[in-house]
Write a protein that binds this ligand. Structure first.
Ligand code: GCU
Length: 604
């Protein structure tokens, strides 16, 4: 088959993403591009590769039949075999799996197209900002390639200044959610591979020299000193800027250095510290002659001392629960608005939680802003999950980039106290090298929060009822966290009382998962798997067993709500759902919910 190929304009590889400006951009509202988008499902990537499997958007292979051209035929001889205007529509933000029945299991490419009118302001910059696209995005504006982003759960943006049209614009995104051995996550996960532009899209306009990054954090409870930095997009030296916190009657007049950056420090006796009991947030305003940004920031410290976690120098027990970014009630999928995020955190509050583990990937930014407001501490995690391709440098760079993006996005969120590097990864030399390198990277960005990873426990040699944690990664992280499923995988809850634990690190111990599956409404004997009584019994026995661990600083049982997974196919019980939720996919609480709720209400 020959496709008429001719150059329809040089496809410029435009300036693509640079994580550094994320939090200076993400906190601006911009023009929303949410709503109806047109889509073309393209399982053979016909709109991206020609019949010789060469990419159309490489400079030498431009052609009309590439879907990103979104253009009609130029002459009678042209063969155009697609038409966005006559194609299906889909909602953005949202996954395609639960919006379009034929795409329930689909893993591959879907082309998205949004037409929008714009009127760029004079002497301003314009960016197109994506809160997340799962998994790989190739982005084009008006037929020109802006760039590519890999990673399904972190924000990215493109500078479209002088590219965006006054009047009508056509934004085309090739979204590909295929799982890859070298991906992050890799081929195998226990969650649904929801594809799509799953979070919001905006056009953000800024002054030419804008506030691109900022951070404020409390140095220590004793000093009540707040340290911070502000970075402008331009490296002009001597630019005047003001940081003000009206409620503290603080106003600092500052000047940038020759990198366009300024560090500052101030002391304030009146500061109210952020905590779950008092989630105090201050309005912070940053202004320059051309720009202004505001944010609501809480000030607190988090650190460990021996086997204790200290929040504002006080020992704290993390009364947690794990949460996937999914709201399955009425057949829905990925959380795609603040109301669903709020419902999940409200259920966590009803459970008397002061902590949530956002598994297994960065959740949407609304979740973290709500956690700040609601006084819920947070564990954030990158999807370095199970058997990642440890020796692949591109895989490492991908993981590192995703970690940078979430850390820069959430650096001013008081609720975030733990950065997690991984989940249930095998103990071997390549994995520990990979994660140690990632840990160093994390500490270089932010050494004010705790570092952890969900590790695993093992049987002690020759003593099957003595459980140990022996993992070189435990030497690297601040918290010894691990998942354990005594009473579910390979045993029943009555085993819990026979277990002894030997955890020899002088660090706090956190159980990042335990649980059992049950079908809401199925009742029977407590030793009958899949009944609510079995799950309830497992919670009772596990909480009792964990109480004996020296240095236990909390736990986050698996999981708040039943969630979809292609690995969970037991008819009439699972039906594509992992049933370890304390709440069903219909939003109904199970008996174990009340066991945990009672324990947390009575736990100091
Ligand atoms: C693992 C894993 C989870 C998974 C859970 C389960 O620990 O971390 O992602 O869903 O166990 O088996 O249900």
């Amino acid at each position: 088959m020959r496709i008429s190929v001719f150059v329809t304009g040089l496809i410029l590889g435009f300036s693509s993403t640079f994580a550094g400006d994320i939090n200076g951009l993400s906190s601006r509202e911009g023009l929303s591009l949410n709503g109806d988008w047109k889509i073309i499902v393209d399982p053979y990537e016909n709109g991206y590769y020609n019949y010789r499997w060469l990419p159309f958007d490489a400079e030498t292979h431009a052609s009309r039949s590439a879907y990103f051209m979104d253009s009609k035929a130029q002459s009678p001889t042209d063969l155009i075999e697609y038409d966005f205007d006559k194609s299906k529509s889909i909602q953005v933000p949202g996954d395609w799996n639960t919006q379009i029945a034929q795409l329930y299991y689909y893993e591959g490419t879907v082309w998205y197209r949004k037409k929008f009118d714009y009127s760029p302001s004079e002497n301003k910059k314009q960016f197109i900002f994506f809160d997340a696209v799962n998994y790989k995005a190739e982005v084009y504006l008006n037929g020109h390639k802006l760039g590519t982003h890999t990673g399904g759960f972190t924000p990215f943006y493109f500078d479209v200044t002088n590219r965006i049209h006054k009047g009508s614009n056509s934004l085309v995104v090739k979204v590909d959610n295929k799982r890859l051995k070298e991906g992050v996550p890799t081929l195998n996960t226990d969650w649904w591979n929801y594809g799509g532009i799953t979070r919001k899209v905006r056009v953000i306009e800024t002054p030419e020299n804008f506030i691109s990054d900022f951070e404020l954090k409390l140095e220590s409870v004793e000093s009540k000193t707040v340290n911070g930095h502000i970075q402008l997009s331009d490296t002009t030296v001597g630019v005047d800027l003001v940081v003000s916190i009206p409620e503290l009657k603080k106003e600092l007049k500052l000047k940038t250095n020759d990198s366009g950056r300024v560090k500052f420090s101030f002391n304030t006796k009146k500061l109210e510290l952020w905590s779950p009991e008092n989630p105090k947030l201050y309005s912070v305003h940053i202004t320059t002659a051309d720009d202004e940004l505001s944010d609501r920031i809480g000030f607190r410290t988090i650190r460990t001392e021996g086997k204790k976690i200290l929040l504002n120098n006080e020992p704290v027990f993390l009364k947690g629960i794990c949460i996937h970014e999914e709201y399955p009630v009425d057949g829905q999928g990925r959380v795609n608005n603040a109301e669903k995020a709020k419902q999940l955190l409200t259920w966590a509050k009803e459970l008397n939680c002061n902590f949530v583990r956002l598994a297994h990937y960065p959740h949407n930014e609304e979740m973290l802003r709500l956690a700040d407001e609601m006084g819920i501490m947070v564990w954030e995690e990158v999807p370095v999950y199970w058997t990642i391709d440890w020796t692949n440098e591109d895989t490492y760079k991908n993981a590192e980039n995703q970690l940078s993006e979430v850390m820069l996005r959430d650096r001013n969120r008081a609720s975030v106290i733990i950065w997690s590097l991984a989940n249930e990864t095998p103990v071997n030399e390549n994995r520990t090298k990979f994660l140690t390198r990632l840990a160093e990277h994390a500490k270089n960005i932010d050494n004010s929060r705790l570092l952890s990873a969900a590790m695993e426990r093992h049987d002690k040699e020759g003593e099957p009822h003595v459980y140990v944690v022996e993992d070189p990664l435990a030497e690297v992280v601040d918290l010894v966290s691990f998942n354990q499923y005594t009473g579910w995988y390979g045993s029943t809850p009555d085993l819990c009382s026979k277990i002894k634990w030997e955890i020899s690190y002088d660090k706090p111990v956190f159980i990042s998962e335990f649980g059992a599956g049950c079908k809401q409404g199925l009742h029977g004997d407590k030793m009958h798997r899949w009944t609510e009584e079995y799950q309830e019994y497992l919670y009772e026995e596990t909480i009792e067993m964990l109480g004996q661990i020296d240095g236990l600083c909390g736990f986050s049982p698996w999981i708040l709500v039943d969630f979809r997974s292609p690995r969970r196919v037991l008819p009439e019980i699972q039906d594509d759902f992992n049933r370890k939720g304390l709440i069903s996919d219909e939003g109904i609480k199970k008996k174990a919910f009340f066991v945990l709720q009672k324990f947390y209400s009575e736990k100091e």
